[in-house]
Design a protein around this ligand. Structure first.
Ligand SMILES: C[S@@+](CC[C@H](N)C(=O)[O-])C[C@H]1O[C@@H](n2cnc3c(N)ncnc32)[C@H](O)[C@@H]1O
Length: 266
């Protein structure tokens, strides 16, 4: 199980600096939501608040409202520096949205968060409650059918070390299939408008950049269940495998993500 207790000020700052990939994925979700000026948005698992700020400034504007909730206080501290009179960040978890009234939001977004959540049904029930009738939800998630190149490399390294396949070792401990994502949304009462798989080509300067990105994006959970000396050996083996993905422009790794858009029937 991933831990929410491994974050550090350095990891939080690094995430803010290296999360351009997640930021790009989030923009696909924001565009799909088609937010209008004056609408309200709940950004669940908002990290350091980059997407929350973008939504506030460029999608709903000063007549709207955006709230970001995020369980890691160090990341909320960074997000708070971005706050405006119409958007802010709070410490909170997806599983408990009880602080918000029923129907409080026009839209909910979970960007690169869903694959961290073990109990999808509980989270979707909460999201359904805080959305108004007709409200929209947009989700990006790692796909279980199509793991990222990096997840595959981690699985290979663990298998080679005789450690088997471990769900929590990489950065996507609870991925879903296309069918599961649609079924989970429908079970919570949503009407599914669109689910699609997108493939991204991620470029990194070197293997160290991949490690920093993975560690910051997983708030310290990347290979985090192993003792330090085992982990050092695994990281060295992973670095060697990542080297095979080097070309003239650096390291090229592919990432597959599911994007879902759904709404609460009016
Ligand atoms: C890869 S980051 C994505 C952050 C942000 N959404 C973005 O687009 O940059 C994943 C985030 O999910 C958050 N997270 C993990 N478990 C969570 C939970 N139970 N409820 C809400 N957020 C959670 C983490 O703290 C982390 O900030």
């Amino acid at each position: 199980m991933p831990s929410l207790a491994l974050d550090t000020p350095e990891l939080a700052e690094q995430y803010d600096a290296v999360s351009d990939l997640q930021y790009e994925h989030g923009q696909h979700l924001l565009n799909a939501l088609q937010l209008r000026p004056g609408e309200s948005l709940l950004d669940i698992g908002a990290g350091t608040g980059r997407l929350t700020e973008l939504a506030a400034r460029h999608h709903v504007g000063p007549t709207g409202r955006v709230v970001g909730i995020e369980p890691l206080p160090l990341r909320v501290d960074i997000a708070r520096k971005r706050a405006s009179p119409w958007h802010h960040a709070e410490v909170g978890r997806a599983e408990d949205l009880s602080r918000f009234a029923a129907g409080a939001f026009d839209a909910v977004i979970l960007n690169s968060v869903y694959h961290w959540l073990p109990d999808k049904d509980a989270v979707l029930r909460q999201a359904w409650r805080v959305l108004r009738p007709g409200g929209r939800i947009a989700i990006s998630s790692a796909s279980r059918e199509r793991p990222h190149d990096l997840q595959q490399l981690v699985a290979d390294v663990l298998a080679q070390a005789g450690l088997g396949r471990r769900g929590g070792s990489g950065s996507t401990p609870h991925p879903v299939t296309f069918a599961e994502l649609a079924a989970q949304l429908e079970a919570a009462g949503f009407h599914v408008d669109d689910v699609r798989l997108r493939r991204f080509a991620d470029r990194f300067a070197d293997a160290e950049a991949v490690r920093v990105f993975s560690q910051a994006s997983s708030f310290g959970n990347f290979l985090g269940e192993f003792l330090p000396d085992v982990r050092t050996g695994l990281l060295a083996a992973l670095e060697a495998r990542i080297g095979a993905h080097r070309n003239a422009d650096g390291i090229l790794l592919h990432r597959n993500l599911l994007f879902a858009l759904a709404h609460k029937p009016a």
